[in-house]
Design a protein around this ligand. Sequence first.
Ligand code: OMP
Length: 228
Amino acid sequence: KPASDDALALEFVQFSVESGVLRFGEFKTKAGRLSPYFFNAGLFDDGAKLGRLAAFYARRIQASGLEFDMIFGPAYKGIPLAAAVAIELARLGVNKPFAYNRKEAKDHGEGGSLVGAPLQGRVLIVDDVMSAGTAARESIALIKAAGAIPHAVAIALDRQEMATEVTPDGVRDVPYSAVQYVRGQLGLQVCAIAQLSDLLHYLQQQVGGEMAEHRDRVQAYRDRYGVA
Ligand code: OMP
């Protein structure tokens, strides 16, 4: 990644820490891992923060040169994210159709589980975090089932940790990340505003014992679950 991209990533990590979205402590992830940090995008919880977040996504999407026909926000957390990103991109002159799903299909009224523009063409999925890849797999299946093309994923944070795989004996870790899998095996483009290595870089730049402790714990987590 060029240095200018790193600057955007570092600025984003700082914004996330200052907003209380990126926290340090002990958290259990969806994949059942005990993590020393957690990124809760739901805490971008006022208009100014959501607007700034959307601007980070839009800058990263535009810098990556992604081409796509529409935007999809997976329920629940992806819905406001994708909506905010669609608004910001339109403001920058890139106006794209936007859709999202319901978690429970509606059995009355307009029916179905999709809301917004018809799902068609090359779809850009906007989501919060990719850890083990479960959420991404669900979105991709949904887009394919609707006859559209899962083309790219934009996320705020790539945790750069081992993906999981469901086998007859249960769930096991695999030696590549969800982002690497989605890129390499599924052929989608993935852009992340920041990744775990940017968080470590940020923590290394901070002074003070507390931050050094966070850095050591995050590094230990990366040694245990991280990928190259
Ligand atoms: P995967 O589906 O395993 O890739 O995990 C991604 C999801 O985990 C996100 O959409 C969140 O629901 C949740 N998550 C976070 O929001 N922030 C984190 O720092 C870590 C997770 C997580 O559980 O792994």
